[in-house]
Design a protein around this ligand. Structure first.
Ligand SMILES: [Ca+2]
Length: 161
């Protein structure tokens, strides 16, 4: 496993983007947050996680500026140069612990079984045949099958409270 970069630079601006018919911009990741929204300020985070063959990234969480976090349809921009690794995208009600951070015990969306993998230079043979042979950049990986659902943005990703 390659050495993970320590310093992260996060391009946080959502910028201008085309809007779909619902008025939600099509950013790197967009989708719906289904179910009953809990009370408290809803935020999204990319949480470093360990999946088969991938270590947890150095930085365990990256908070994500979110278009429409309080509504059922959301859109986010992914960080452009995070540490290589696997990240779980989740929404949570930021009601306890540290602000702007998901803390254990806070209400969060259910585990989807999918993780976003970032590999700056790709990994393995870069064929996208599985989650250990990914193309450069972002991929969406199914943690049950370790198959790549999709290489490259934009991703559709629904979550459920
Ligand atoms: Ca918190």
């Amino acid at each position: 496993m390659k050495k993970l970069a320590v310093v992260l630079t996060l391009p946080l601006a959502l910028g201008l983007a085309a809007c779909d018919t619902l008025g939600v911009p099509k950013l790197d990741v967009s989708g719906n947050i289904l179910g009953t929204k809990p009370s408290g300020t809803v935020r999204l985070t990319l949480r470093g996680t360990t999946v088969n063959g991938w270590q947890t990234p150095v930085l365990d969480q990256i908070n994500i500026p979110t278009f429409n976090p309080e509504k059922s349809a959301y859109a986010i921009s992914l960080p452009e140069k995070p540490s290589d690794g696997a990240y779980e995208l989740l929404a949570y009600a930021d009601t306890g612990g540290a602000a702007n951070r998901y803390d254990e015990g806070e209400t969060r969306t259910q585990v989807t079984g999918k993780v976003f993998i970032y590999a700056k230079d790709g990994l393995g043979d870069k064929s996208a045949k599985d989650c250990l042979n990914v193309k450069a950049g972002w991929s969406l990986c199914d943690t049950a099958t370790m198959k790549v659902d999709q290489s490259g943005t934009p991703f559709d990703y629904d979550m459920t409270w």
